[in-house]
Design a binder for this molecule. Structure first.
Ligand SMILES: NC(=O)c1ccc[n+]([C@@H]2O[C@H](COP(=O)([O-])OP(=O)(O)OC[C@H]3O[C@@H](n4cnc5c(N)ncnc54)[C@H](O)[C@@H]3O)[C@@H](O)[C@H]2O)c1
Length: 333
């Protein structure tokens, strides 16, 4: 199997690509390398690996890549990938998360690639009163980031037919270690506080947040590469391991890292709160996450302790900080 992974040098991609290679797939990564290429260093010598530095907004480059190789699937991860970084430059976000996405999906279908897996997000649901947020609910995205994620699902669904299988992955917030580390994701942030700051700071606390170990999300993408198109095409799947309040997550981090630590609560206006149902993926695809959040916490704590994250205050671990410091890397106006 030959797979094109957009954004493959990112947090999720740099855990996914080695797993694809381990399974004997060929993996071509196209990435504008906003966070550099070192996260894929370990893949460089692997047979079947290819890294193409490129911006998805460059349609000609995308077109020639699709002509050069004959792919069996595309996994589309590249994006301005959270709420605050999407707000930095709405025009750039529109170019990457909407225009380039639309053009990519059309070009992929046109070139005869039969499968497209799209990194959507659970944020497409917005703030919900329903006790269980399942895929049947109408989408209600609240932020620019979430609106484009939802729009992308619609574009993909319209392209799906007997020869083109498109699937949207509505992932919970991911946690755990990656060679391209993000310390701006809830569980990872709380773990970094616990390990380094002598206290865990919680913004709000009662909001429910769905979470997922990074390797479980990778497992889900691998499963979708092989899943029956008749079952998955034109559809969205929630992926989630555990729903917990931010305060419960902080307590879990404390219990895992250091039970003596204080938890400091700070008021916030970010009250997004929802309980994500993972039943569709379980009932229809037999998918059940296998890792606990504690495993993710232990991994991040170990990486902070053993020098894999030598300077945890470095802005490269926080997307919005890095983009502000290096506007030229993302094309910020
Ligand atoms: N991390 C999460 O918790 C989470 C949850 C739900 C959905 N997602 C989605 O999964 C995808 C991957 O997330 P991540 O955490 O790995 O993000 P990330 O920011 O670590 O990775 C994004 C990658 O995309 C690349 N990129 C950005 N703009 C590009 C462009 N114009 N052309 C080519 N490459 C470009 C970056 O260089 C980076 O390597 C994103 O679409 C994100 O919205 C992430």
């Amino acid at each position: 199997m030959r797979v094109l992974v957009t954004g493959g040098a990112g947090y999720i991609g740099s855990r996914l690509v080695p797993r694809l290679l381990e399974r004997g797939a060929a993996a071509t990564v196209v990435d504008s390398l906003v966070y550099g290429a070192t996260p894929l260093e370990a893949c460089r010598e692997a047979s079947g690996f290819r890294l193409v530095e490129g911006d998805l907004r460059d349609r000609r480059a995308v077109g020639s890549l699709l002509r050069e190789e004959s792919f069996d699937a595309v996994i589309h991860l590249a994006a301005i990938s959270n709420d605050p970084s999407s707000e930095l430059d709405p025009e750039l976000t529109r170019e990457v998360n909407s225009e380039a996405l639309r053009a990519l999906m059309a070009a992929v279908k046109e070139s005869g690639v039969p499968r497209f897996l799209y990194a959507s997000s659970a944020s497409v649901y917005g703030v919900r009163a329903e006790p269980e947020v399942s895929e049947e609910l109408a989408l209600s995205p609240l932020t620019l980031y979430a609106r484009y994620k939802a729009e992308g699902e619609g574009i993909l669904n319209d392209l799906c037919d007997a020869d083109f299988c498109g699937v949207s992955v509505r992932a919970a917030t991911v946690c755990g270690y990656s060679p391209r580390m993000r310390l701006d994701l809830t569980v990872n942030i709380l773990t970094e506080h616990a390990v380094r700051r002598g206290a865990i700071r919680v913004f709000g606390g009662s909001q429910l947040r769905p979470n997922l170990h990074i390797d479980d999300l990778v497992d889900f993408y691998l499963l979708l590469l092989e899943a029956d198109a008749a079952v998955v095409s034109g559809r969205a799947f929630n992926v989630c391991a555990a729903n917990a309040s931010v305060l419960e997550l902080a307590e879990l981090v404390r219990a895992t890292v250091n039970p003596e630590l204080p938890i400091e609560r700070v008021p916030t206006d970010d009250l997004r709160s929802y309980h994500l149902s993972a039943r569709r993926a379980s009932d229809e695809l037999g998918f059940r996450p296998r890792r606990s959040l504690q495993e993710a916490i232990r991994e991040v704590a170990a990486a902070l302790a053993d020098g894999r994250l030598p300077d945890p205050d470095h802005p490269i671990y926080r997307n919005v900080e890095w983009m502000k410091l290096h506007p030229e890397r993302v094309g910020l106006g």
